[in-house]
Design a protein around this ligand. Structure first.
Ligand code: DGY
Length: 316
């Protein structure tokens, strides 16, 4: 396939053990976090591939430490933490893992939507506290037939829409432009979308272009009956504005898998009946994480074998 000694890889973030083992068996693998500074410098001098994950921060300065770098292989669909422009300027390819995790992330969005609207987590606390003996649980917000707004109609947005159609939801979306052939109603801006829907699901990419896209204005537009779901990136939502909106009853609730400063989840978002928080786990099922690992490996192997990359972010 390819020569192990020439296939130099630095693993600079958590990767599933099975993937790390496969890389170790077939490549010359250095595990950045376990190396001394001197060893890191040596590994950086030699590495042709840098393996990271969707939450990694890979700055231009960090990339510059790797003079022979040819590929940054990302275990994740999100690459907002990677300075792709800096990589591109140096002729370094970047790959990610799109497609294989779409179903899981869409499932999680629907799970959060249902759990938040129907207050399933709070209902469990209610049962466990023994409160049921004193009367039934509070009534909650109906999902089926509701109005769903999707911000970002990429693969994940489209898959959420298909699932939501099964709940007879009326679907509207926004994106940079209408998606050709997309059967759902398009609106051109997020504030209009938020004002029209009961549930707003955020599916846009992270990064500077979408930082704090969901701010106080959007939350106000979503309104006191509206529920926000975020399975994209924590940076897309102004978390302080969200907490204020929840305190003030400006919106009805939120289901969040991602946060501004992971793994820190503000205390103000915890323990609320109308907020469901999960630890950035949307794609974390056994089969999907295996498929993501296989795709990372296939990209690395393709690169070292001189074959076209499977899923390049920045095709040349
Ligand atoms: C992704 O694939 O980007 C997930 O959010 C995990 O990082």
């Amino acid at each position: 396939m390819f020569d192990k000694t020439e296939a130099t890889v630095v693993k600079a973030a958590f990767l599933p053990p099975a993937l790390a083992q496969r890389l170790d068996e077939t490549c010359t693998l250095a595990d950045w976090e376990t190396l001394s500074v001197t060893e890191q410098n040596k590994a950086a001098q030699n590495a042709r591939v840098l393996a990271v994950n969707g939450e990694s921060v890979v700055t231009a300065e960090f990339i510059d430490r790797f003079p022979k770098l040819e590929l940054i292989a990302d275990f994740g669909v999100g690459y907002d933490g990677i300075d792709v422009a800096a990589a591109h300027a140096r002729g370094i390819a970047v790959t990610n893992t799109p497609g294989v995790l779409t179903d899981d992330v869409a499932d999680m969005a629907m799970g959060l939507l249902l759990a938040t609207s129907r207050q399933i987590v709070e209902a469990q606390r209610f049962v466990e506290r023994g409160d049921w003996a004193n009367g039934g649980f509070t009534w909650t917000k109906k999902v089926s037939g509701g109005k769903l707004g999707i911000a970002g109609m990429g693969r994940i947005g489209q898959t959420i829409a298909r699932r939501a159609a099964g709940f007879d939801m009326e679907i509207t979306y926004t994106d940079r432009q209408p998606l050709s052939g997309c059967p759902y109603r398009f609106v051109s801006d997020l504030a209009t979308l938020a004002a029209e829907v009961d549930f707003l699901v955020i599916c846009v990419n992270g990064g500077d272009k979408t930082r704090a896209l969901v701010d106080a204005t959007i939350l106000k537009a979503l309104g006191p009956q509206g529920i926000l779901i975020n399975i994209a990136r924590g940076t897309v939502v102004d978390e302080a504005a969200l907490i204020e909106a929840l305190d003030a009853g400006t919106i009805a609730g939120a289901g969040l898998d991602v946060f501004e400063c992971e793994p820190v989840v503000p205390k103000a978002l915890q323990g609320r009946a109308n907020v469901v928080v999960t630890p950035h786990m949307a794609s974390a099922t056994h089969s999907t994480r295996k498929a993501m690992g296989d795709l990372v490996f296939d990209n690395v192997a393709a690169h070292f074998s001189g074959q076209p990359l499977k899923t390049p972010v920045n095709p040349y």
